[in-house]
Write a protein of this length. Sequence first.
Length: 288
Amino acid sequence: MAAQASCNFCAGSHRLQSVHAEPTAALSLRRGPPDPLSYHIGMSFPVNAINVMIASPDDVAAERKIVRKVIAEWNATHSTERGIVLLPVDWESNSSAEYGREPQSALNAQIQERADILIAIFWTRLGTPTVESRSGTIEEINRHTAKNKGAMLYFSSQPIPQGLARSGGLEDVDDYKKGIQKNCLYGTCRTRAKFKELVRRHLTKELQKPRYRTAASAPSSTNPNIETNPSASALLMAAAETDDGQILHMVTNEGASVRVGQEDSCRSNTRGKRPGGRQQFKPLKSCI
């Protein structure tokens, strides 16, 4: 069953309000003419949002997409149980134009400083040199690890097209790899399938660390702890016993009503008029 969620978040680890739909409790509400809209009611619960920065030069666009897919799969499998949502961020999708300071400094402020986990990927080049480092990606790694935050590095060893092999960047990548061997356990992948498997396994292991544990968790489906008045409870129970599980909010020329199955549970009358010509409605909140 589909569920809708909305959230607001800020820098670092964030508090979000998510929506979880249970098969027996999530009910579809349809608003009547003129413009029908479909909603789903579920059990909302707080979660921690963790920014996962994908740091890389521009030659590994396919790998960046793989990381985003791994993150989406992790969210679909673990977010409800763990009370965590992973938000992928990178320069390609999450940076914005800015005038007045060095480009890498702008990227650091917009993306790197917000990151909780960093996944770095290299293949044929290190990237563009910056004021502080041999490349923007290396600067991001150094700034991130200096704050004792989780980082995972990967080097692709898949076959290189002839044009890229002549670029001269391979020697720089090999030199950097040798320089970090004493204080870094990195991953090497010859295929993108292998890369995806490593990232999935390593990310799951990284998120087992105490720093990512949270008291936020989804409410139990057997004890949702939802506060409702007797009328709302009756509506939910009645809808759960119907074939489609729907509660319909309908607005017509005759008025507004709430219907469960074939029965109207609450109706407001538009035939009565208030002084001044305004139509008189019974508030639906008094029914639910």
